[in-house]
Design a protein around this ligand. Structure first.
Ligand code: GGG
Length: 352
């Protein structure tokens, strides 16, 4: 298969983990006889530095012209530490999602047996946990009207019926493909937008009679994903709740560096780690490349390359079993591996 992939390394650890993601894609292409071509483009702080725009038109064109986008992360301390800098790297990410119409962010949460002990949670609660958080990605507070002066600030939490219906349709259909259990997570006891989500979900329920649908407040869900992770199959929720909930679920997988995602919608699909740019670790060969590599696996699976995706997953499992791990999941007293060494080990496994 021929695939044209837009490569967006972004900021911080982004370029380092992306290098490993692309190396793994190349190893798969070589092994399985595919032709993947790449066009690299700027997004985030590096794009602001280059041209003053965190999502330049040239990057948008590269994304639109590609079959898929492989993205790493954006964010830089310079902007976190200086609130007078009004153009932030993260607005590049939001603009990209909005312009590509990527409203459905699929964030799978699964355990790795050899890392269960790394979690702060009890092993017996975690074993076998396997669910998906479907995060709405182009609405809510992230995109609603904002205001800030010295004395007052607000973000508006807006959702329209079509925005809610389209993400719920994806959620119900995903549940049908899995264990037929959907949990709608909201804050309907307080928020009007949540009440509309709940109303529309209840209206849609009869179209999917095989799906067991339940409703949970975000505060309760935040507790239940940690105390009863096996309860969940598909969680659907709005933008902000989904962002927060999936950092929390890194306690289930064992590391933020192990959570990949896909973003689907109107235009080119995008694949990215759930984690951010970790600018403090940039250039130090410390970051875990596995979320990026697993995002590449999701990319291939999206185009029907199931065996190729499975090959990457097998290589990732093998690297973890062989204790070839970055510091945050390293075996106590074991050998240290960096971003590069983990990536190279996986490439060699795939080529063997
Ligand atoms: N790879 C994800 C990333 O770069 N995250 C940084 C960030 O700004 N995240 C906010 C979001 O995902 O909405």
């Amino acid at each position: 298969m021929k695939l044209k992939i837009a490569i967006l390394p972004g900021d911080g650890i982004g370029p380092e983990i992306m290098k490993q993601g692309v190396a793994v894609l190349n190893a798969v292409a070589e092994k399985c006889g595919h032709e993947f071509t790449y066009e690299e483009a700027l997004v985030g702080a590096c794009a602001i530095e280059a041209c003053g725009d965190p999502y330049p038109e040239a990057t948008h064109q590269a994304c639109m012209n590609a079959d898929a986008v492989l993205f790493a992360a954006v964010g830089d301390l310079k902007y976190d530490n200086n609130p007078t800098l009004k153009v932030r790297p993260e607005t590049g990410l939001l603009a990209m999602r909005k312009k590509l119409g990527l409203f459905a962010n699929v964030r799978p949460v699964a355990t790795f047996d050899c890392l269960l002990h790394k979690s702060p949670l009890k092993e017996e609660l975690l074993r076998g946990a396997d669910f998906v958080v479907l995060r709405e990605l182009t609405g809510g507070m992230y995109f609603g009207e904002k205001y800030q002066d010295n004395d007052k600030a607000y973000d508006t939490d807006v959702y329209t019926r079509p925005e809610i219906e389209r993400i719920l349709k994806v959620a119900f259909e995903m549940a049908m493909q899995r264990r037929k259990h959907l949990t709608v997570v909201d804050k309907a006891n307080v928020l009007a937008s949540s009440r509309l989500w709940r109303q529309i979900a209840k209206e849609m329920e009869p179209q999917y009679p095989e799906v067991q649908t339940d409703y949970m407040f975000i505060d309760n869900a935040s507790m239940r994903v940690l105390t009863e992770p096996r309860f969940f199959d598909v969680i659907v929720t709005e933008n902000t709740f989904g962002d927060i909930l999936t950092d929390e679920t890194s306690c289930i997988t064992g590391s933020m560096g192990l959570q990949p995602s896909s973003s689907l919608g109107e235009h080119t699909p995008l694949f990215e780690p759930v984690h951010g740019s970790w600018p403090q670790a940039a250039g130090q060969n410390l970051a875990n490349p596995l979320a990026q590599i697993l995002s590449a696996a999701m990319l291939l699976e999206h185009f029907g390359l199931k065996e190729e995706g499975a090959l990457i997953r097998k290589a990732v499992d093998a690297s973890l079993d062989a204790n070839v791990r970055t510091p945050e999941i390293q075996v106590e007293g074991g050998q240290k591996y960096g971003t590069r060494e983990v990536g190279e080990w996986i490439v060699n496994y795939i080529k063997a």
